[in-house]
Design a protein around this ligand. Sequence first.
Ligand code: ADP
Ligand code: MG
Length: 339
Amino acid sequence: MRELYKLPESITHILAAGEVVERPASCLKELLENSIDAGASLIDVKIEKGGMKRIEVYDNGKGIHPDDIEYVFERHTTSKIKSFEDIFSIKTMGFRGEALCAISSVAKVTLVSKHLEEEQGCMVKVEGGKVLSKSFCPFKEGTRIIVEDIFYNTPARLKFLKSPSTEQKYCLEVVEKIAIAWPEISFRAEADGKRQIFTPGDNKIESVIGSIFGIEIVKNLVEFSLEKESLKVWGYFVNPTVSRATRSGYHFYVNRRYIKSKLLSSCIDEAFKNSVITGRFPIVFLFVQIPPSEIDVNVHPSKLEVKFRDERFVYNTIYKAIADSLKSEKMIPKADLGK
Ligand code: ADP
Ligand code: MG
């Protein structure tokens, strides 16, 4: 007797969801990226109980057409790429068409949106991957998505979440990291009714850094930049007299996507080797702009990793940009720091 059995979609969706939505913060990240892709200039986040009870994201972007609205929850439905070739010239944050499918299969979702060319708003409710209702309703502009009771139908996954205060910290970190890369967007975030983050949306990275990390950090920012061929690297580091005990001050962005990168971490370590006390780490905001054809962001569904085609070139360019700036700023030499 055959033993192979093809899993029904109701199960495969939940399995796939684990890769995209690991916790409330990863869900929030996907929602924020959708708001950015929709061209929003204002994004308002409200979370309750670390996002475990409720995550709400409002944006004033272009909205979703009422004919499309229930299909955004189907797997691999996206308005962002059409052909295989498009994958190599991605300009949007999302493109896999997986996030809303994944989120809606493990949570209760309400989506209200008004497409900019439509008169009316439209609301859909989805639960455990099933569309429960769809109706027209008044709505001024943009999109509001509410995600409630995440992992209500996957208790095993719920158990892996940390305390509400830790999950809240992760959620707010996501907003901060994204806000830094999008200074032209005003971000607001509230947790359990308390205002936590506000960025003005005045298109100045210094304003965002100031509103998140405080004015003292802004006063000590040192700029660096270097352009080589089609690669552009720029950013700020904080005068290395201010340092941290961990690499938590490393903020890396590639084409405005925040990433984790061993390559870039070791480059920063090396560039600051003689400026920061051994065992301490600088605070760096590093932006890399590189043609999409030179990188692969498709390494993992959460898109946190990026693979550079020419790692050495990227490393050397960043190193030089920072080293030149450290030199010209005549930073306090390491030897004097311990005094
Ligand atoms: P992806 O972002 O990879 O396309 P998602 O599942 O995140 O996949 O979203 C599916 C589609 O839903 C998007 O391609 C977009 O057309 C639409 N969408 C989602 N969120 C928004 C939003 N906030 N504003 C406008 N359209 C949205
Ligand atoms: Mg998306």
